[in-house]
Design a protein around this ligand. Structure first.
Ligand code: GFB
Length: 309
């Protein structure tokens, strides 16, 4: 990618897309194009095609998606499937029609089977049943991987896909019904500390294990893959270690300075028991994460706007 090449970042207001724009800007890229969803509905095939025909981007980072935590995935199952299928199909097809030089699709570690062998290798894809709570989202993301693969096979398009683990960072969603666990816990412990509450309730059993990557590390990996990865197979982007939800609660309560009790609401789902990625493929290419979990969470906690919690 030359500094003047035209780069479209789809989903630039989200946590991932905004981190990619920050990274590209820091690398000196000046020709970045973006559209808000009010300006371009990515579920609208004609609008997406018109946009690509008019703008002719050379590189595309596909970070637009309907995303959320376990409750949002499980509650809005139709929206997670439909919106994500439409966004991916429209952008990937328009990128093919307008001869985009290279496209990177970002997915999620939930594409792998619920009981995949750990750490999860890319080869585990489609070897077993998915976790029920996020099956619609996972099916949409698997379709996205297959769109990249098949447009490469049939038409020679340089479309790649990468599967990040659970992410956190600036511009995360802190709504307690729809967020992921890490921002939810930051908000819960912060509010409990301010209000002098004796207990904080976490969902499920606290036993599931999750791997967390700072979104600035993902943005750096995305930039790296755009220059160095040209293979049909998807590639994992993870942190390399996981932590139980209970231990994450202890870590965040310590960072926030909350010293009350942690209790669990077992009526809420646990989801996948463990999903640690095998990151050896991207590590061998020369990329490793740089932001440690305690440091990353501390920075996010310090910088996030807590005024309306
Ligand atoms: O981050 P999370 O919502 O999603 O939840 P997943 C991870 C674990 O934390 C689950 C527990 O076991 C939750 O029950 N948890 C405990 C909480 N307390 C809370 C809380 O207050 N809020 C939330 N949200 N969780 C998502 C998928 O799965 O991960 C998506 O649904 C996507 O499709 C994403 O793949 C990366 O890690 O279970």
């Amino acid at each position: 990618m030359d500094k003047s090449d035209k780069i479209y970042v789809a989903g630039h207001r989200g946590m991932v897309g905004s981190a990619i724009v920050r990274r590209l800007t820091a690398e000196g890229h000046k020709n970045i194009i973006v559209r808000k969803s009010s300006e371009l509905d990515l579920r609208d095939q004609r609008a997406v095609q018109n946009f690509f025909v008019t703008e002719q981007p050379q590189y595309v980072f596909l970070a637009a998606a309907k995303v959320g935590g376990i409750n949002a995935n499980n509650s809005y199952r139709a929206d997670f499937l439909y919106d994500n299928l439409m966004i991916e199909a429209n952008i990937i097809h328009a990128a093919y029609l307008t001869n985009v030089t290279k496209l990177l699709l970002l997915g999620s570690s939930c594409i792998y089977p619920k009981f995949a062998e750990q750490p999860i290798k890319e080869e585990s894809l489609l070897t077993g049943s998915l976790e029920h709570t996020n099956e619609p989202y996972a099916i949409a993301k698997i379709a996205g991987i297959k769109l990249c693969e098949t447009f490469r096979d049939q038409y020679g398009c340089n479309f790649i896909s990468a599967m990040p683990t659970n992410l956190y960072g600036p511009n995360d969603n802190y709504d307690l019904d729809s967020s992921h666990v890490l921002p939810a816990l930051i908000r819960k412990f912060h509010s409990a500390k301010l209000n002098g509450e004796k207990q904080v309730t976490l969902w499920g059993s606290g036993k599931p294990l999750r791997e967390f990557l700072h979104v600035d590390d993902l943005a750096e990996a995305s930039f790296f893959l755009m220059q160095h990865y040209n293979e049909p197979e998807t590639i994992n982007v993870g942190y390399g270690e996981d932590i139980s939800i209970y231990d994450l609660g202890l870590l965040i309560s310590d960072i926030v300075g909350y010293d009350g009790e942690i209790v669990f609401d077992s009526s809420k789902p646990d989801g996948t028991p463990k999903k640690l990625m095998d990151n050896s493929r991207i590590n061998k290419l020369g990329w490793t994460p740089k932001i440690g979990l305690r440091k990353g969470i501390s920075t996010v906690y310090k910088e996030v706007d807590k005024s309306h919690w």
